[in-house]
Design a protein around this ligand. Sequence first.
Ligand SMILES: [Ca+2]
Ligand SMILES: [Ca+2]
Length: 158
Amino acid sequence: MIRKISCIMAIMMVIAGLSGCSSKPASENKTADLGVSADNQLLAYFKTQHPDREPVKCAYDDITNDGGKDLIVIFDNEKGKKQMCAVIAKENEKHQLTEPIPAPAENQKIQFKDIDEKDELEFIVSGSKNGSVGYAIYRIVDNQIINLFGEGMEDCCD
Ligand SMILES: [Ca+2]
Ligand SMILES: [Ca+2]
């Protein structure tokens, strides 16, 4: 029970933190920092796999609980829609890309948070579209991005 309450509190704190940052104008996205250095190895790998997709926001941490940092990429797809995928770092073999899923159209933000304090590090993606704000918590399960919990994503995603 206590565990459940602390989990809910963690989510509430995250939501409070996110809502404070959602008022940035969309135009800042263009010039805003990607979230990782331009020479990030996994970002370079993503670009070799998808030269026609333009990354707009990234985050870099270990989301597969194997000690190696992975990359989350929100990008413009070939139709100009925002999508998101993860580049899962593999040692001694090819990195692996997850299936793309819809991502927020504007004001994208990626935050890492170990929501249940065990196993994989979860991550929270938030953003907006035409003033509608949404967010969701994700975890990598079997090399796919799984939506655990969220609100308003269908209104803020492309
Ligand atoms: Ca990893
Ligand atoms: Ca976890």
